[in-house]
Design a protein around this ligand. Sequence first.
Ligand SMILES: [Zn+2]
Length: 320
Amino acid sequence: MAAKPFASSADLGVKEQTLEVLADGVYALTAEGDPNLGAIEGEDFLVCFEALATPVAARRWLAKLREHTDKPVRYLVLSHYHAVRVLGASAFDAEVVVSSEQTRHLIEERGQQDWESEYGRMPRLFEEPESIPGLTWPTMTFRDKLTIELGGDRGELVLEFLGRGHTEGDIVAWLPEQEIVFAGDLVESQAALYTGDAFHFDWAAGTLDRVKALGAQQLIGGRGAIARGRDQVDAAIEQTRDFLLTMQRTVGEAHRSGGTLKDAFAANHEALAPKYGAWPIFEHCLPFDVQRLWDEFSGIERPVIWTAERDRQVWDELQG
Ligand SMILES: [Zn+2]
């Protein structure tokens, strides 16, 4: 069998971006499995959610958004630290860049390595990479919850850390009046999960329970289609959980029975592929996902930092 091309390095097909209006002044951009974005209008300002991988990529989203509103961006909210979500931040000219404290710490600790790793894995998303001015630094952080009053009769936007999950610091953006949640990479709707920096056990239990308990009628996940209505929202959450629990079962069995990492990968691939194999980034994510869960079963509390070099090593061992 020919070796699979590294991560998403051979994925060069351009995805179609679609701006959808979810409620008065609430927007989402979906892109056929590429990272999603959002924007929420305040009375005289905008809150943007996520920033894509480069300013050039972000500017195309902003041009679409500007067909609907010309309000200035007061807040740019980062759901977590991953490069393809944050390095386009300078395009927004935001007054304030908001994240959890944990995310700011992760940018300090591993932002540079993550940038290099993600660029190698997903080069297509890094449109004109030289337009990135450097790491993105949040200028306002919070531990658990931050509420932004939107003004007029627009209600409020609640930014909330619901527990460790896709990373140590993911937050969601919740509109209680409109019953819309931007869940970042904590929930994927018809896209594979990246769990290479995850806390699988926390995520599959309390964290997803708390996302579900919000009771959203519309959910925008990190990638994939928008879930509309409680049935679809719950289905997206439960699909995310099923992916995580299947991983825990297969990788856990291999770990307990004295198998190798490669055994764990094979068992996990076999269990997940019938349901999830055709979804975006499945083959790309799986080696990194299994390595991190293996580490968790081995008692390694915090994710080992991914570098371009470690990426290749794990890939060659499991997918090579
Ligand atoms: Zn991510």
